[in-house]
Design a protein around this ligand. Structure first.
Ligand code: SF4
Length: 244
C-alpha cells in the first residue's frame, strides 16, 4: 500500500492521486492481484496519472514480491523495479519502521534552511541521517514533509508560524521545487493517448491508431517508437497492441 501511494505520488499532485489510489487498491489489494494484472486493465486503473511506465514497473515489482517476498530494508527495496532511493526509504520507514530519512525536495529545503547551506547529494544524506529522530523515524519524516509542503514553502516560507524556527539558520536559502514539464502537446501526452486507445480498442493498424489518437504526427511517431522500444506496445500480426 505504501509502495503504491509513493509510486503514484511521484510527479503527480496528491489531489489527483487519492481517487486513483483508492480504486487501484480496491482492484489490486495484494501483490498477487497486481502481478497477475493484464496490461490493458493495469493502464486503465492507472487512470489519468500519467507516466504510465510507473504502473508497469509497479507490476514488475509486484512480481518480484510475489516470488521472493518483501524486502524489508531500504537497501533491499531499492532492488525492486522502479524503486529509487526516496521511495525505498519512504517504504522502509513508513511500512517497516526502519530508521532512515526519506530525502525528498521538501526535506532538502527544510534541512538546507536549518543548516544555512543548500545541501546536496552526500552532504544532504549525511545531515539527514544525523538529524533523524531514530526513536520516531516515521513521525520525523512525516513532520518534515508536512512542514516543507505547508509552512516552509520554496518562495514564501511562513516563518512566524513555524514551530521549529529556533532551529533555523537561514530562511533565505532557496531550493527550487521539482520542475514539471508541460503535459499538453507533449510526447508524454501522446504516449498516454496511445495506451488509452489500445487499452480501449485492442490491437489496431497504425494508421487507425494515429487517427484515433489525433494529434501531432511527429509526437505520435516518437511516442509510438518509444513505447515499442520499451516493449509496452508490440506488433500483433499487421497491427499493434499492448503487450500482455
Ligand atoms: S523558520 Fe522559516 S525557513 Fe526556517 S524552517 Fe521554519 S518556515 Fe522554514
Amino acid at each position: 500500500m505504501v509502495l503504491v501511494s509513493e509510486v503514484m505520488a511521484q510527479q503527480t499532485q496528491i489531489s489527483r492521486v487519492v481517487p486513483a489510489f483508492e480504486a487501484f487498491l480496491k482492484r489490486f489489494p495484494q501483490p498477487e492481484d497486481l502481478a497477475a494484472a493484464d496490461l490493458g486493465e493495469l493502464l486503465s486503473m492507472w487512470g489519468g496519472l500519467g507516466y504510465q511506465r510507473r504502473a508497469i514497473r509497479l507490476r514488475e515489482a509486484a512480481l518480484v514480491v510475489v516470488s521472493t517476498g518483501w524486502p524489508r530494508t531500504s537497501a533491499g527495496l531499492r532492488d525492486l523495479p522502479g524503486v529509487g532511493p526516496y521511495t525505498a526509504a519512504a517504504v522502509a520507514c513508513f511500512a517497516f519502521g526502519e530508521a532512515v530519512p526519506a530525502v525528498d525536495t521538501n526535506l532538502r529545503r527544510v534541512l538546507s534552511r536549518w543548516t544555512g547551506e543548500p545541501l546536496q547529494a552526500r552532504r544532504l544524506d549525511e545531515i539527514a541521517a544525523e538529524l533523524l529522530d531514530r526513536g520516531r523515524p516515521a513521525t520525523w519524516n512525516q513532520a518534515i514533509m508536512d512542514l516543507g509542503a505547508t509552512v516552509c514553502t520554496p518562495r514564501s516560507p511562513d516563518c512566524p508560524a513555524c514551530p521549529v524556527s529556533e532551529w533555523c539558520s537561514d530562511p533565505g536559502v532557496y531550493v527550487a521545487p521539482p520542475r514539471q514539464s508541460r503535459y499538453e502537446g507533449s510526447v508524454r501526452q501522446a504516449r498516454a493517448r496511445i495506451l488509452k486507445t489500445l487499452a480501449g480498442h485492442g490491437p489496431l493498424e497504425v494508421a487507425v491508431l494515429a487517427e484515433l489518437v489525433d494529434g501531432d504526427a511527429d509526437r505520435f511517431d516518437q511516442a509510438l517508437a518509444a513505447l515499442m522500444g520499451e516493449s509496452i506496445v508490440i506488433e500483433v500480426g499487421d497491427r499493434i497492441g499492448l503487450a500482455s
